[in-house]
Ligand binder design. Structure first.
Ligand SMILES: NC(=O)c1ccc[n+]([C@@H]2O[C@H](COP(=O)([O-])OP(=O)(O)OC[C@H]3O[C@@H](n4cnc5c(N)ncnc54)[C@H](O)[C@@H]3O)[C@@H](O)[C@H]2O)c1
Length: 381
């Protein structure tokens, strides 16, 4: 006997872009929280809670005024940054909070924070009762333009980034640009790195825009930063919806250019380098390899290099030179870790000219050596 099962589950969610999510009498909240009598629990990144002291009060005031929309539960503060993805105690507290307050699959968690808090709370909410609905309010450049609008959650385990994780589309996402103003330069740049990543492999015009706007940060050009976030989020969302593989069933990760080494570099530094800071080193390694393989011209390579320099990215870190006992560069281990994470055979996303991509089946130890040597030389110029 054989029963053939086939069914499709449709997902859809809205991503709002706003200067103030409570404007127009909280129209965005009214649109999202349409159900009656849901339980609503807020988890907030400690970094956001410290800088935006009124935000929790505003949310609780909205639910107080709209009591029929949900039973609002006191917010839980989650330590911000990569530590929450590594810290079991924090993760336990998140799970305990959901249990103590009896949240079920008709409840909502509202997650306010950077990519790390969104990943951590998102992961625990997604495995609690097999999935509690989540409304994400990303508060960093990276999470607004990339992670927060996507479908992945995860925590770090066995010293491996995102070892445990799920594919869980959010119920809704609110990108409120006000949060960006309180970020430090390193956290803004971390997000710009992901924007460069997607531009190099998907959108040449956007890459030109990024390369031209390196002074946006120094000049506090909010308009340019907002355009960068919204366009990058659009490219990201578009890829998930139309790329034919939202839950990455195949062996390619078409958006993960520069990430095979980026993730590994981040772990090797014990997370002292931020995600985007590590990704930008990964981008440089792959750009050098792409140029050597003639996937991009010298001119195209220089355009990316100058573009990154204009934003004052640090394009070197001593960890790149770390070697294993057998003499091999440690970052080369990132290739196998990346392959395992995706499953199947190794497929590395590389630029094919600018604004387009192709897949590469392997990278040699010599190619990695050459790239690291060039990056070191460039740094000492
Ligand atoms: N799920 C995905 O698809 C995906 C994709 C890319 C990256 N990520 C993950 O995202 C994480 C990086 O996220 P990130 O760059 O947002 O950094 P982050 O979450 O590590 O936050 C950085 C710091 O900024 C603070 N912070 C957050 N918002 C703030 C605000 N508005 N004002 C002041 N401080 C604020 C945090 O408390 C933290 O100290 C990594 O763990 C990475 O693996 C996930």
């Amino acid at each position: 006997m054989k029963i053939h099962q086939a069914f499709a589950v449709k997902f859809n969610y809205d991503i709002y872009f706003t200067e103030n999510m409570f404007s127009n009498n909280g129209r965005i909240f009214s649109e999202i929280f349409k159900d009656k009598n849901s339980k609503i629990m807020v988890f907030i990144d400690s970094g956001v809670a410290d800088k935006h002291t009124g935000i929790v009060k505003q949310i609780s005031a909205w639910f107080k005024k709209n009591q029929e929309r949900g039973a609002y539960i006191s917010p839980v503060r989650v330590p911000g940054g990569e530590r929450c993805k590594c810290d079991r105690k924090t993760q336990r507290i998140i799970g305990d909070s959901l249990r103590i307050h009896g949240l079920d699959r008709h409840s909502f968690v509202i997650i306010i924070g950077g990519g790390a808090v969104l990943d951590t709370v998102g992961y625990i909410a997604s495995i609690t009762h097999r999935g509690i609905r989540q409304v994400r309010i990303p508060t960093t450049v990276l999470s607004q333009c990339d992670s927060g609008v996507g479908v992945k959650t995860g925590i770090n385990y066995y010293n491996t980034k995102n070892y445990f994780g799920t594919f869980t589309p959010p119920y809704a996402v609110i990108n409120d640009f006000r949060f960006i103003r309180s970020l430090g330069v390193r956290d803004v740049l971390s997000g710009v790195a992901e924007a460069f990543k997607v531009a190099i492999i998907k959108d040449k015009t956007f890459l030109n825009f990024l390369a031209r706007n390196g002074s946006a940060l120094k000049k506090q050009n909010a308009k340019a930063i907002k355009k960068m976030i919204s366009h990058s989020a659009e490219l990201h969302a578009d890829h998930i919806a139309k790329g034919d593989d939202p839950f990455e069933m195949g062996s390619a990760r078409p958006l993960d250019f520069g990430h095979w080494s980026g993730h590994y570099i981040e772990t090797l530094t014990g997370y002292t380098l931020k995600h985007g800071e590590s990704v930008v080193l990964g981008l440089m390694i792959d750009m050098i390899i792409a140029r050597e393989l003639k996937l991009v011209t010298v001119r195209e390579f220089n355009k990316v290099l100058e573009g990154l320099k204009a934003w004052d990215f640090k394009l070197w870190h001593p960890i790149l030179e770390k070697r294993e006992k057998n003499g091999k560069l440690s970052i080369a281990n990132g290739l196998e870790e990346f392959r395992q994470h995706i499953g199947g055979e190794l497929n590395l996303v590389m630029p094919d000219g600018l604004g387009k991509s192709c897949l590469l089946k392997s990278i040699s130890a010599e190619q990695i050596e050459t790239a690291v040597k060039e990056m070191k030389n460039e740094n000492t110029k």
